[in-house]
Design a protein around this ligand. Structure first.
Ligand code: XAN
Ligand code: ZN
Length: 439
């Protein structure tokens, strides 16, 4: 049994729905046994009740639930930084040539290791990962993910048109390879499988039906894809599916919109699409850095919330700008500010919720991770800025927990991540500098 002593912050409830959803304990502790949280309470109380528990002293920083990134592409880590292009040009010139290189499983293994270590080093403990077009690259990915201990929900990406020929498959092959991968990896260790057509633009009705068949046969499997990202993309999809009511309908008619569906972007939704997403209780994964970088548009968060659509956050590496969910939270805040009257004001509690618990809910993992409630896994990120940094100064002078949390989102980076745990296993520890006490 261990006691993790720290300043604790988490959002066990949804701050868009209830006031005072941010729970904080200044000198708090988590009682953890075999990777599970038994209690969160003031340190002196837990210490008195459990005098023999080993204490892990994390004072001097803040312990948050591990981040949940609900949209991030494993094959794109090496092509981050492709600035100056809109979505379709960026795919053609920057991204798809790299994705084709993952046909080589040795290359894919190296990319998977780079990708997974970047997730952990940024405090992400659970990720919905857009995979590779190659089944061999997915086997390598799941093997490497199991080695790191991270929670991943991931799947082979399937497409059968309008990309590069070497990235195309057929409905029959997509079904057969998907089935074999699900049988091998879904529910193995901390991994789950997500059926993943790239987007309606690169998917025929036949391949979407093959995805629907997999979803029907394996009810626990998740679904993810892209939707309504850029105006030009939406126009092309309209031309490709003349019978569809809108972009969502291309997925809906194949049975792909469910409680277990996470649709990335949705920057330009219609009212009908929002109503249908709310009715199915599926999620829109908002990727603000990607939307800014690719010039996709300003995400209408308020319209989503008013329609009752669940929203989570994603980094969208490599359309995004890196693995930091802190940066993503800050960018989400900026974009709502820029929307003026149409924007949704975001407080620090909203940013924390979007980066943690909202993602767990999107993946239907809210009973396992996303906050520090009793019974949850000890999935956590310890943020401790280096001495002398601006963030350390601001935290020392912060007037209350909300201001401290706002400072973490405003100034925090990967350099402030000092330790990360999944189910009590340490998956990342910042290399010690001479002036620093090891935690
Ligand atoms: O942001 C995005 N990244 C991608 O890789 C992609 N593929 C289709 N649509 C996409 N959008
Ligand atoms: Zn994406």
């Amino acid at each position: 049994m261990k006691l993790y002593r720290a300043t604790l912050m988490h959002t066990p409830e949804n701050p868009f729905a209830v006031p005072d959803a941010l729970h904080t304990l200044d000198d708090g502790a988590l009682l953890v046994d075999e990777g599970r949280i038994l209690a969160a309470a003031p340190y002196p109380d837990l210490r008195a009740a459990h005098p023999r528990a080993e204490v892990v002293d994390l004072r001097g920083g803040v312990l948050l639930p591990g981040f949940v990134d609900t949209h991030v592409h494993y094959p794109q880590v090496r092509v981050l930084g492709g600035l100056g292009m809109g979505l379709l040009e960026w795919l053609d010139r920057n991204t798809l040539p790299e994705e084709a290189r993952l046909a080589d499983a040795t290359y894919a293994g190296a990319v998977a290791r780079e990708f997974l270590s970047a997730l952990a080093a940024n405090g992400t403990t659970t990720a919905l990962v857009f995979g590779s077009h190659y089944a061999s690259a997915m086997d390598v990915f799941f093997e490497e993910a199991a080695r790191t201990g991270l929670r991943v929900v991931a799947g082979q990406v399937v497409s059968d048109r309008l990309l590069r020929p070497e990235l195309h498959t057929t409905p029959e092959r997509a079904y057969a390879e998907g089935r074999a991968l699900i049988e091998r990896w879904h529910g193995t260790g901390r991994a789950l499988y997500a059926v993943t057509p790239r987007f309606a633009l690169s998917a025929s009705e036949g391949i979407l039906d093959a995805c629907g068949a997999l979803m029907g046969e394996f009810p626990g499997v998740r679904f993810t894809s892209h939707i309504n990202e850029s105006p030009r993309e939406i126009e092309v999809v309209r031309g490709l599916f003349p019978g569809a009511r809108d972009y969502l309908d291309t997925y809906e008619r194949a049975g792909l919109v469910t409680r277990h569906s996470v649709l990335a972007h949705n920057v330009h939704p219609t009212g009908r699409e929002l109503d249908v997403m709310a009715a199915y209780r599926c999620t829109a994964a908002h990727c603000p850095c990607s939307n800014s970088s690719l010039g996709s548009g300003l995400f209408p968060l308020r319209r989503h919330l008013q329609a009752g659509v669940h929203v989570s956050l994603g980094t969208d590496v490599g359309g995004g700008t890196g693995f930091s969910m802190l940066k993503e939270g800050l960018q989400a805040y900026f974009m709502q500010q820029l929307l003026g009257e149409a924007g949704q004001p975001l407080a620090p509690a909203h940013l924390l919720y979007l980066a943690t618990r909202a993602g767990a809910e999107a993946l239907d993992l809210q009973d396992r991770t996303g906050d520090f409630g009793a019974g949850k896994a000890f999935d956590a990120v310890y943020l401790r800025p280096p001495e002398g940094s601006t963030l350390a100064t601001v935290l020392r002078h912060a007037e209350g927990p909300e201001r401290a949390l706002a400072a973490l989102f405003t100034l925090g980076t990967g350099a402030d991540v000092a330790g990360v745990w999944v189910e009590g296993d340490r998956v990342y520890q910042r290399p010690a500098t001479p002036s620093e006490v090891r935690v």
